[in-house]
Design a protein. Structure first.
Length: 217
């Protein structure tokens, strides 16, 4: 198969497997989504969803969040890991939202990326899942599977995002990035498949016999 043929098959099969794509992180608005995505860095969605109810019960708006101290935020979010850094970022971005954006999350990629603790991937998730703008956030699952499926050269997540955007129609991006994540968690796990076990890997590369080493950068 050529690269575009592989992409077409992936899109078709994932639509069959995951016709609906619920957002994995529990939230009620774009502020709680932003905080949840920030907390998900190097942490599972399940753990984040266990922690955020406690945090949002105390502070589900920027104004309520800055009434907490950084130490109070840190104590609540500690199970998510990297708590000191994440707590500081949550408090600081809440303050910025109040002072510069009337307590609203900006509907702008550049503005989001300038917020403390918010990188390109987090901003892309908010733009996609929060505002509905076409974006293709690349996490570790997507980066790994795109390499196993021969859709990117896999040097880094930036290149992976560019390659995937070229291969798939823009209207599919928001749904597809979640579909790939779901598939990676359910069928093509890092330890369980390695390019030689799951349905999509074996369909795209039926003659592949050895496990594939992939770039984690």
């Amino acid at each position: 198969m050529r690269k575009q043929e592989r992409a077409d098959y992936v899109l078709k099969r994932l639509d069959e497997l995951y016709p609906t794509t619920p957002i994995p992180l529990d939230h009620t608005d774009n502020f709680t989504l932003l905080v949840a995505v920030l907390l998900s860095a190097q942490c599972t969605d399940i753990r984040v969803n266990q922690v955020t109810p406690h945090l949002f019960k105390k502070a589900n708006t920027p104004k309520k969040m800055i009434k907490l101290s950084v130490n109070q935020i840190e104590d609540i979010i500690r199970p998510c890991g990297l708590a000191p850094r994440k707590a500081k970022a949550i408090w600081e971005l809440s303050n910025i939202l109040i002072n510069e954006y009337d307590s609203l999350v900006p509907e702008d990629m550049d503005a989001l990326e300038k917020l403390p603790g918010v990188g390109h991937k987090t901003a892309s998730v908010v733009m996609s899942q929060g505002f509905g703008h076409p974006a293709f956030p690349v996490d570790t699952h997507i980066h790994r599977l795109a390499q196993l499926w021969g859709l990117t050269n896999g040097k880094n997540v930036v290149q992976t995002e560019k390659d995937l955007k070229k291969l798939f129609p823009k209207e599919s991006w928001n749904k597809l990035h979640l579909q790939i994540i779901f598939y990676g968690r359910e069928y093509c796990t890092a330890r369980g498949c390695k390019g030689i076990v799951c349905e999509i890997c074996t369909t795209l590369y039926p003659n592949r016999k050895k496990a594939v080493d992939y770039s984690k950068s």
